[in-house]
Write a protein that binds this ligand. Structure first.
Ligand code: SF4
Length: 907
């Protein structure tokens, strides 16, 4: 083992603060002393923002081990805790918090020793990058420089080291074939392997899914199957078996669409069963996400060349290290550690992606190495594309050439919500300023090489006079959109231009009419009975938007004409750039048309197909957006029209697709009800014995609004379970209040408590930390209700603080009215309960309890749970006793499930 580095280390948790001195002595310290020492001498620490929060001293800096890890092993996974990092490096994890400070020093030495190891895999580029990091004043750079030998030959530039994608001929349409039941069963047996024979429900599902791949008989009527497959039947392989067969034999692509990143990761891991050879697998199974997830190399180059300064410049260097080793350039949920951006307090990470659609396509010097372009091309050639609902819907709705025609929607109970967001219209300050930037380009003090439309199309504009005029007119008209500082101007009552004036009226109306649901957070009011000033402002804004729409449409037409009658100078690179501009223009014009339609109705009669409202978005009292929103009353209508009707094969599956409702409800929630053809149904129950492995406890003696009692109940339940608890809240403020009261007490008992909205760490990383430590617990809100896949002992107790009633928003009220009043609310709550309950038992042998801390739980909603599950109403003391009896831990706590293999037996 490496000798500890002669530097002090600081470890701070809710249990206390420890300092390991440079001479090796380790002891507990008081907060004041720790802050003073850290200010005096740089200390080794792990996750500086988190340590700063624990100390109540956010400015703390030091030698952060996570930054060092990101430098030495970019694109490698590690749980950002002393134990997690130790495991990632093959070191012994600390046995206690007190030992952890010492461990930090050992980890630092071990990592620095790697710099001289002959087999260090990520050496290339390190010297050059560290030289820049040293100039930027990065704490680790001197220590690295002292160990890292200067390469004999100069290192290749980062961008030269990245793989290029190859252009390929367009793929022919898939052959018309069917997949037989026998073949699907045989493929399923291959995929499951001899060790785990296919289960009966799984075989039946594989056969049912073959029907969706039968050649379609009528345009606009896909073969559609709705399948409810209970947890544990192995539904992923059940659909991948026929899907992979069809793709191979037909020479087509099947899109597998998920809602959560956890399932996307799981599906990616299943790929190894379908194609064993990693090279071949990378070609045939491709993960795709929206372009805003990927690193944009042009933005990275800007950042590396000085567009970023201070800490953001250090982040850019670490991102550059990662770019050379990443599998696919996915910065959000890919192999960039989720904790890395938060170490830099979000400075810069988002600016490295192409979030604003400013891509210059073939005009970009990195076009042939671009991760986004590579992923798009790989997807066209692949057998299976693993994507998410939003991307599938956007691609289909925009009529992209690679729009999916064979689609398997897993986590299908989320289709409604995914369609709801995809087909939403938001006319707000943030969206409008993005459009302005896309057209006008950087203004004022903005730096970097981002370009406006005029700069991107300069050559076309000078070649085609009419196009040039349209471009000038569009740039001029875009200046009516909000510009930097608009939020401030609205607050000061000094809006500039017609759009800001409209938003000022919207803001005024919201403050006059809305009731806050949670202090400091969003405010909204329905768009009804607008006053005269709002109507007038809407008319002026509408005029401005129409004045922008016209030249954009003319420009689009001119660009198409230039492509058709291509001049000599239009080489393939320029052509690709013009095509990119045409696509970009098309969907921005669509957005503008939707805004114009929305404004056109202000002061007139409401459209019964839509729900419109006005809102102010706030976080902890700080306003960041003002907007007019429009949602479809039934978003499955555009889903059916834009996505399902053009498809040939559609499977929608989930463990809770139907729940306790009838198939009619499932058809209505998935868009199937709007299709002409017969819709097939399939269901198979979970093989798990819920009656033996789980129990639901409804605690009857916690008073509503009694925060002290609520916090006490959480603490005692977590203690009784020995950790392993997922606490779900319906309000962020209550979550924070409970966390503040119990985190120290639990930590001192060796039970770490992590919390979404409290810890400065992204939700995905929090789940990794929770999974990694069977004594840890996690508190969170909606996103964790069904985004958490933690099989095994790490999750054995789910505690819900309240009945998860829908928030009484304008949108909810409209849907409630349209769909049966309180019966609609009941359906929503039951679905949420079923999803939360579904977190508990993820594989054979799991056990756990589900506790609801609300006596107000109506009995009619209990049908959300499997019928064999025992449900008791009891006081807290009895519940705690029950938890203690059923979930004794200690020796029985299994080793944490490693990230790679936890994926295999979840569905
Ligand atoms: S092609 Fe576009 S997205 Fe890709 S690196 Fe260049 S500018 Fe960025």
């Amino acid at each position: 083992m490496a000798a500890p580095l002669p530097l002090p280390a600081l470890h701070a948790t809710h249990a206390g603060i420890w300092i390991a001195q440079a001479d090796g002595e380790a002891r507990e310290a008081q907060r004041g002393e720790a802050i003073a020492r850290a200010a005096e001498t740089p200390h080794i620490l792990l996750n500086a923002p988190l340590v700063g929060q624990r100390l109540g001293y956010p400015e703390i800096s030091g030698l952060d081990l996570l930054e060092l890890f990101a430098f030495i092993h970019p694109a490698r996974f590690a749980v950002p805790t002393p134990a997690g990092l130790s495991r990632a490096l093959g070191l012994k994890p600390p046995a206690s918090e007190a030992e952890a400070a010492q461990t930090l020093r050992v980890i630092a030495s071990n990592m620095l020793d790697r710099l001289v190891a002959a087999d260090w895999a990520e050496r290339e580029g390190a010297w050059t990058s560290n030289a820049t990091l040293q100039r930027l004043g990065w704490g680790w750079a001197g220590l690295i420089a002292a160990r890292l030998e200067r390469p004999e030959k100069g290192e290749r530039m980062l961008f030269a080291r990245l793989r290029q994608w190859e252009e390929a001929a367009e793929r022919p349409p898939p052959r018309t074939i069917a997949v037989s039941d026998d073949d699907a069963r045989a493929r399923l047996a291959e995929l499951t392997g001899v060790a785990a024979e296919p289960r009966e429900g799984q075989k039946a599902m594989a056969e049912a899914v073959t029907r969706v791949f039968v050649p379609r008989t009528k345009a606009g009527a896909p073969n559609m199957l709705l399948a409810e497959a209970g947890t544990g039947i192995g539904k992923t392989l059940a659909y991948l078996a026929p899907a992979s067969l069809w793709a191979e034999r037909a020479g087509g692509t099947v899109w597998v669409s998920t809602f959560t990143k956890a399932l996307q990761r799981q599906l990616d891991a299943e790929g190894a069963r379908i194609v064993a050879d990693p090279g071949e697998r990378a070609r045939r199974i491709v993960v795709r996400k929206g372009r805003e997830n990927y690193l944009c190399l042009l933005n990275l180059e800007d950042a590396l060349q000085g567009a970023f300064s201070g800490r953001a410049a250090i982040l850019a260097q670490l991102a550059g290290r990662w770019a050379a080793y990443t599998r696919d350039g996915d910065m959000v949920g890919g192999d960039l550690p989720g904790w890395l951006p938060s170490l830099f307090r979000r400075a810069g990470a988002a600016a490295l992606t192409d979030r604003r659609g400013e891509c210059v396509y073939a005009g970009c010097p990195h076009y042939r190495r671009c991760f986004i372009e590579r992923a798009e091309r790989a997807g066209r050639e692949a057998d299976l594309v693993i994507a998410n609902h939003a991307l599938v819907m956007v691609n289909a709705a925009r009529g992209r050439p690679d729009a999916p025609t064979r689609i398997l929607f897993d986590e299908g109970h989320h289709l409604f919500d995914a369609a709801d967001s995809t087909f939403a219209v938001t006319l707000g300050g943030q969206e409008a300023i993005e459009l302005r930037r896309w057209i006008v380009g950087p203004e004022g003090r903005s730096r970097g090489r981002r370009r406006g439309l005029a700069a991107r199309l300069m050559d076309v504009a000078s070649y085609d006079e009419e196009g040039g005029r349209a471009l000038d007119a569009a740039v001029e008209a875009a200046k009516a959109l909000p510009s930097d500082g608009w939020v401030q101007r609205l607050a000061e009552g000094a809006p500039f231009g017609p759009l800001e004036a409209l938003l000022a009226e919207v803001r005024g109306t919201v403050y006059a009419r809305a009731k806050a649901q949670e202090a400091g957070y969003g405010l909204e009011t329905e768009l009804a009975e607008p006053d005269g000033a709002l109507v007038e402002a809407a008319a002026a804004a509408l005029g401005a938007l129409e004045a922008l729409h016209k030249p954009l449409a003319a420009l689009g037409r001119r660009l198409e004409a230039v492509l058709e009658d291509a001049p000599d100078w239009l080489d393939s690179a320029a052509r690709a750039r013009v095509e990119g501009a045409i696509n970009g223009l098309a969907w921005r014009r669509e957005a503008l048309s939707a805004w114009i339609a929305l404004l056109g109705r202000i002061g007139g009669s409401a459209d019964p197909d839509f729900v419109d409202w006005l809102a102010i978005e706030r976080v902890e009292g700080r306003e960041y957006d003002v907007a007019i929103h429009r949602r479809w009353l039934d978003p499955t209508r555009p889903l059916a029209r834009a996505v399902l009707e053009p498809a040939h094969s559609v499977l929608v599956t989930s463990a809770t697709l139907r729940g306790s409702e009838d198939w009619g409800t499932a058809e209505a929630r998935t868009g199937a009800a709007h299709l002409p053809g017969p819709i097939r149904h399939f269901e198979t129950p979970s093989p798990f014995d819920y009656g033996r492995s789980t129990e639901v406890l409804i605690v009857t003696d916690i008073g509503r609004g009694d925060l002290a009692a609520l916090a006490g109940a959480y603490a005692r339940l977590i203690e009784a379970a020995g950790g392993g608890t997922l606490g779900l809240f319906t309000a962020i403020q209550r979550l924070k209040a409970v966390h503040a009261r119990i985190a120290d007490r639990l930590a001192r008992a060796g039970l770490p408590l992590f919390a979404q909205h409290v810890d400065p760490i992204d939700a995905g990383t929090l789940v990794d930390m929770f999974r990694d430590d069977p004594h840890a617990s996690l508190l969170g809100t909606d996103a964790l209700r069904d985004g958490v896949d933690v099989p095994g002992e790490s999750l054995r107790l789910v505690v819900m603080e309240r009945v998860p009633w829908p928030r009484p928003t304008v949108l909810h009220a409209a849907r409630r009215l349209a769909h049966g009043g309180s019966g609609y609310d009941d359906r929503v709550v039951k679905a949420r309960l079923a999803q939360a309950f579904g977190r508990l038992i993820r594989r054979q042998g799991d056990r756990g309890l589900f506790v609801i801390l609300s006596a107000a739980m109506p009995s009619r909603l209990l049908s959300a749970f499997p019928s064999e599950v025992r449900i008791s109403r009891l006081p807290l003391d009895a519940a705690i006793q029950r938890v203690g009896e059923r979930l004794s831990v200690g020796e029985s706590v299994a080793k944490p499930v490693a990230q790679a293999d936890q994926a295999l037996d979840i569905d």
